[in-house]
Design a protein around this ligand. Structure first.
Ligand code: IVH
Length: 682
């Protein structure tokens, strides 16, 4: 076979496989009607992958192999939308809905509506040229957004190639979302991993995905498309923009979109009257919780394009559509018990244990109470009938007590006075919300929590150790405090059940390697109350070594920018305890870093004194972590959001459009990475 002949044959085979894969993908992810099993699908995909690898010049940019991810988006380009991506006016009551209907009928007379679910996700605009997916752009500020084409290609329900009588140029808009099942599964994985590391409930909660919408917007802006593919996003499309499609109304447009291969929600209905609209709204009020995606309302759209045009739009939203938002879901249940958790620093967290109740599609058994004040303010009592509400977050809140249902012999709730784990008398410092167990060295969740915190990724990063192993070491008396890690011997570990030569060696190597971890992280790893990552960096930078910090009084500590009395007092109190000083001496003798290494790349100065910086996006010369170090090391302050107090916004690639908008609003100067670096140069 000649080369040309062969290439032709390869292209043909690739095309054939592509078609088959696209067909089966559509059957599975759009129609939920698979025609082959996963194994057979993977076989086809592997075959295509192998061919593309061998003949890269024959590979298509819209190949089904792109679904798996792998390409990196270094920079998310800003793209202007051809027409503005509008938002919708919200209504919360049937009266407001009636007002909308009155306005519409006044302008156009008789009306036909289309009702759809309002999907709580992230809006996207995707363009197709000759049936091929060309570009996907986020909503951004409605006028321009970020190009996320590579990432959108990993969403299996978004077709890479259209079918049927599609128009040559087409923009389709809709909503990307994370299915509830995927969201719950990811959070469960995070929980297992962090529990293993010994983090307490509040800390785990902090690191879990907050809600499916947040998770979606975070995911779609990831640089690594493989990470996006792993998040299993999905998409419903609902707005077709195509000049040559000869469509006259909205309903027809989405039906056409479905025939071209798009995933269109099946829960869409034409309604000839407001009564029918209200019926649709009522039908979905409870049923929506059974869906695998979050909906917070119903979108009501005027169907006819001519009527839509007559009604027109305001600057931001069409006059021909409105969103009806459901009120937050509430449920009534009984407060059965209040239990208490003891954190790593001895902090006590009360948790409401509720009689299990259905709320927004999940069974709720617990609610967060945070501290004693919350309980006292509501005069919560065991046995009370309480209202629980779920906002945008996963953990529900108790919002009210039904006093009429309170039993006459109910007693005021007495907050615990002793630690539920070690029975030590709790303390509560003036002005502080939480109670603490002061028995640092004798209260088991505190001891274990400290050990686990020390080995954490942001501290000593000893990943060969996990909570289970540490708990075992603790039980066998091998470690009592963090210094004991450094005297562990091979023979101590190998004799334990389940430990082989390799795992033992790994643990010892991991511990040895941690001796190189820079001072700021060692300081953070000690787990001094209120000394988080940023405070540890600040202290390490200002004092340069451990001795200086240990000998500093509250006043000296407070003179460091952003170190207040609360932190200073906590540091002083920590080193007042001889046991803590002794611990440092031991760690020093094992060779841990207790001096800040002078990083020649990072200048230290007071040039940025009094200035507050916000940075956004990615940078080409320095990493985001380095930017933070540079700000802090030169006396500046860093903040996460733009406000009128911000001095500069450092703009990196793919900077969030919201940040830019805020900066313009507050008159905050936007500078480039280079301009920032010039500010701190000698
Ligand atoms: S139509 C011109 N339909 O809700 C109107 N929007 O606040 C364009 N949304 O930005 C939107 N489900 O992200 C429409 N079935 C649906 C929707 C929907 C969710 C989102 C969309 C929009 C926001 C409006």
């Amino acid at each position: 076979m000649t080369d040309l002949f062969k290439e032709d044959a390869i292209r043909k085979k690739i095309e054939e496989l592509t078609q088959q894969l696209n067909y089966h993908n559509h059957q599975y992810y759009v129609l939920s009607d698979p025609k082959i099993d996963d194994f057979a699908f993977d076989k086809l995909l592997k075959e295509l992958e192998a061919l593309e690898k061998e003949y890269p010049s024959c590979a298509d940019e819209n190949s089904p192999t792109k679904r798996v991810g792998g390409d990196i988006t270094k920079k998310f380009n800003t793209i202007a939308h051809k027409s503005r991506m509008m938002s919708l006016d919200n209504t919360y009551t049937l009266e407001e809905l009636q007002d909308f209907h009155d306005r519409v009928t006044k302008d156009i007379g008789e009306v036909e509506y289309v009702c759809e679910l309002k999907i709580d996700g992230v809006a996207i605009s995707i363009t197709y040229l000759n049936g091929k997916l060309k570009q996907a752009v986020t909503r951004g500020d409605g006028v321009q957004g970020d190009e996320v084409t590579t990432n959108v290609k990993t969403i299996r329900s978004v077709p890479l190639q259209l079918t049927g009588d599609y128009p040559p140029e087409l923009t389709i808009r809709g909503e990307i979302f994370m299915p509830k099942t995927v969201f719950n599964q990811i959070n469960e994985e995070i929980r297992v991993e962090l529990e293993e590391k010994g983090l307490d409930e509040e800390e785990i909660f902090e690191q879990q995905l907050k809600n499916p919408r947040n998770a979606t917007s975070g995911t779609i802006k990831q640089q690594d498309s493989k990470a996006v593919a792993a998040r299993k996003l999905d998409a419903f499309l609902y707005t077709v923009i195509a000049e040559e499609a000869h469509i006259t109304n909205h309903y027809e447009s989405v039906m056409k979109a479905r025939s071209w291969g798009f995933k269109v929600s099946e829960h869409i209905r034409k309604c000839g009257s407001l009564e029918e609209v209200i019926k649709f709204i009522n039908e979905w009020e409870k049923k929506r919780f059974d869906l695998d995606f979050e909906t917070d309302g119903i979108v009501v759209k005027v169907n006819g394009y001519t009527q839509q045009k007559t009604l027109g739009s305001t600057a931001k939203s069409p006059r021909w559509a409105i969103a009806f938002k459901y009120p937050p879901e509430k449920a009534t249940t009984i407060l059965q018990e209040i239990t208490f958790q003891v954190g790593r620093t001895g902090s006590i967290t009360p948790v409401a244990n509720l009689k299990p109740v259905q709320l927004a599609g999940t069974t709720v058994k617990r609610a967060s109470l945070h501290n004693a004040d919350i309980i006292a303010q509501m005069d919560l009592r065991i046995g009370d009938t309480v209202s629980v509400e779920k906002g945008g977050e996963i953990i529900p809140k108790i919002t009210a007590v039904d006093l009429s249902k309170r039993s006459p012999d109910s007693k005021e709730f007495k907050y615990i006075t002793h630690c539920p784990e070690c029975n030590t008398t709790l303390i509560r410092k003036e002005g502080e919300a939480n109670h603490y167990c002061p028995n640092e060295d004798g209260c088991s969740p505190q001891i274990l929590g400290k050990l686990v915190h020390f080995i954490g990724r942001k501290a000593m990063n000893i990943d060969s150790l996990g909570e289970k192993t540490i708990a075992l070491f603790l039980e066998k008396g091998l470690v009592k405090n963090v210094a004991d890690f450094y005297t562990l011997k091979y023979d101590d570990i190998i004799q334990l059940e389940g430990f082989k030569e390799k795992s033992t060696q790994n643990i010892l190597e991991g511990i040895e390697k941690s001796k190189e971890i820079p001072f700021a992280r060692v300081l953070f790893g000690l787990g001094i109350r209120y000394v988080g990552e940023t405070v540890a960096k600040k202290l390490a930078h200002s004092f340069q070594n451990m001795d200086a910090i240990m000998h500093a009084n509250s006043e000296t500590l407070c003179s460091v920018d952003e170190i207040g009395e609360k932190i200073a007092d906590s540091v002083v109190a920590h080193f007042k305890r001889p046991a803590n000083v002794e611990l440092i001496e031991r760690l020093k003798s094992y060779g841990l870093q207790f001096e800040a290494s002078v990083d020649t790349n990072i200048a230290t100065s007071t040039r940025l004194n009094g200035l507050t910086f916000v940075y956004s996006g990615t940078f080409s010369k320095v990493s985001r972590d380095e930017i933070e170090d540079l700000i802090l090391n030169n006396g500046g302050k860093k903040s996460g959001s733009v406000s009128k107090k911000t001095s500069f916004l450092i703009a990196g690639d793919k900077m969030g459009p919201e940040k830019r908008k805020k900066a313009e609003e507050f008159g905050v100067k936007i500078i480039s990475e280079d301009e920032f670096l010039a500010m701190i140069k000698e």
